[in-house]
Design a protein around this ligand. Sequence first.
Ligand code: GLN
Length: 283
Amino acid sequence: MKLKKFLTFGISAMMAFTALTGCSGQTTTTTTDTESAAVSDSSSDDNVITMATNAAFEPFEYVDDNNHIVGYDIVVADKIAKSLGKELEIQNIDFDALIPALSSGIADFVIAGMTVTEERQANVLFSDPYFEASQVIIVKDGDTAITGADSLAGAKVAVQEGTTGDIYVTDELGVQTVSRFKKAVDCAQDLLAGGSDAVVIDNQVAQNLVSSTEGLVILPEVLTTEEYAIAVDKDNAELQAQINEVLQQLKADGTLDKARQAYIEGDEAVQAELEADLSTVTE
Ligand code: GLN
């Protein structure tokens, strides 16, 4: 694949980031430790639309072997930017920093496998939903002690901090020992290492973790029913409406089906086709 137009990757505080430079496809990695230096205020640039995500949530957003941020949500974000005639900039930041990034103007929209919840609706506007999801339990293969939600209350449970998995385990189940991690993969590693007895996480991400990590299984029980949507700032009903229009187009023209085929069903040819079309980086 050819190298196409580049995204400017924003930098988040205390976070290593990878940016692509020039047309050579050369990558550079830089670290920064101050938020003020970190934030490029591109939202004031009319040609750029800034999206914030947490690219550690495969298959929705993740950093691939070429250090490119790809995934189902990235296809959607790229189409939104194109429809608005803008260049897409991605801010790759922690999940719990995503909603604050909207009110502070760091990002114009958030797409991050983010579930619509009432609490979040108090702070942001959500688009129409574009994906259905649920929370599931991952345990070690052969574990017979944990059979479902009923056996979690006294267990040690790993979750991603601030996610609906965290909220469900903490508030609904009242689990006493909850280990909170920034990344899905760290939850799985903690389970494998014996630090926790179970992971509660979004179903598609669980599928990815289990297929890429030996010795883990998903229990059949479905804990929640959730919908992913794109968030914008409370004051930005205009962008919310524009995004809803694009989502309708993407449903109608088969793009969402293709993204599902590529990233959820694992069709590599369709994935390559979609990534070749991104204004993001592909080599
Ligand atoms: N869907 C979950 C939530 O919205 C997890 C999202 C994520 O970790 N990116 O809380």
